[in-house]
Design a protein around this ligand. Structure first.
Ligand SMILES: [Mg+2]
Length: 396
């Protein structure tokens, strides 16, 4: 089998309610749908979003451009789509960074291979360890009242863990956490994500003040480059420190482990550069006896699927609670078992129910593209592009 054509389609999916992060209001997910075609008629698909330029520095345009102009013509067209290790190795050798773009290619190759072999992607990742992955809820940033309400509602809807986003105003952060803890009681697991926006002084003072509310962990309290600072901070506070933005490539993980800079690690398939690289990443976490949480970039049912499959396959990761909630956040829902999501890039959004996520059972990711939705939500002012064995002009 040979790859004959690679398409990238820019799609903008509106959120039913805006999602707030510190300094960011997300109203649309501007993602790229990737389709990899073969000479045997099998097509692998993936969806990758931009959501945060501060997280990986990539955008819809950069993802689309690097795939169409470089990755597809150099490493995909005319190649065997089953040779995922070889293709990922070439992408890493000749394209620096751009892990979200590489991840979208890796996802589409896994989907294609699963379809060709007639098995779900989790079968390609070692087979099933668990039926579902447990999910925590991520509360949109905001005032105390909204944050408390979101946490109370999440617990009522079956989520055992609630993650809060932290702004720059330390007093407000402490007020919010105290109010949430009082509202949900002592048994609910609470974590906080700073996304690297505090400096050491802010982090130290805030985390000392937050100790009475026993956060299960604080995620990335310092900027991504400050691994030494994470180690120093971790030695002085009682709250476990998780590395997210700091923990990208394997050499970052090695440095975090060597410096004892974290109590746990946060992985996104998109940050790690795909499913193949995510498996190596999780091996290092297991070796260092570091718990992991897996999240999403906020995206469609197709975007959520790679993590949904790996989190039921990987024995190490399957023990822990994750937060891969894109379709629920986009549609402002707590589940999609009774209230099915139809406005999505995927025709079959994987099922979220009682704080649990179940991967689809069909071949590959078990998903067909919702072409009607995609055509209705093409990003205004942008166009689909393609690379192929024969020169191709414009797709749509
Ligand atoms: Mg994070």
């Amino acid at each position: 089998m040979k790859i004959t054509r690679v398409e990238t389609i820019p799609v903008s999916t509106p959120l039913v309610k805006p999602f707030l992060m510190p300094g960011t209001k997300i109203t649309h997910i501007h993602s790229v749908v990737v389709k990899i075609y073969t000479d045997e008629g099998i097509v692998g698909v993936a969806d990758g979003g931009d959501t945060s330029t501060w997280y990986r520095g990539e955008t819809q345009d950069s993802i689309q451009g690097i795939i169409t102009d470089t990755i597809a013509p150099l490493f995909l067209i005319g190649q065997d789509p089953f040779a995922i290790e070889k293709i990922v190795g070439q992408m890493d050798r000749f394209v620096r960074e751009n892990n979200q773009a590489k991840a979208a290619v890796d996802f589409a190759l896994h989907d294609l291979k699963g379809k060709a072999l007639g098995v779900p992607v989790y079968e390609l990742l070692g087979g099933r360890t668990t039926e579902y992955s447990r999910q925590g809820w991520v509360a949109s940033a905001g005032g105390t009242e909204q944050t408390v309400q979101a946490a109370v509602d999440a617990v009522a809807n079956g989520f055992e863990l609630v993650k809060l986003k932290a702004g720059d105003d330390i007093d407000e952060v402490v007020r919010n956490v105290a109010a949430v803890r009082e509202a949900v009681g002592d048994d609910v697991r609470l974590t906080m994500d700073v996304n690297g926006f505090w400096n050491y002084d802010q982090a130290y003072k805030a985390l000392r003040k937050l100790e009475p509310y026993h956060l299960e962990c604080v995620e990335q309290p310092l900027p991504y480059w400050d691994i030494e600072g994470l180690a120093r901070l971790r030695g002085k506070i009682g709250t476990p420190v998780y590395a997210d933005e700091s923990a990208q490539e394997l050499h970052h993980l090695k440095e975090i482990i060597d410096r004892r800079a974290a109590d746990g690690l946060f992985i996104k398939m998109q940050k790690a550069g795909g499913l193949l690289k995510a498996q190596r990443w999780l091996t290092l976490a297991r070796l260092a006896d570091l718990p992991v949480m897996s999240g999403c970039m906020i995206g469609s049912g197709l975007e959520a699927s790679p993590s949904a499959h790996l989190m039921v396959a990987d024995q190490w990761a399957s023990q822990f609670t994750h937060e891969n909630l894109g379709p629920l956040i986009i549609n402002s829902q707590w589940e999609n078992d009774e209230q099915r999501i139809t406005e999505d890039i995927a025709t079959q959004v994987p099922i979220f129910k009682d704080g649990k996520l179940y991967p689809n059972e069909g071949p590959g990711f078990g998903i067909d593209l919702n072409e009607q939705f995609i055509n209705a939500h093409l990003t205004p002012g942008k166009r689909a592009t393609a690379a192929a064995l024969e020169p191709v002009a414009v797709v749509a």
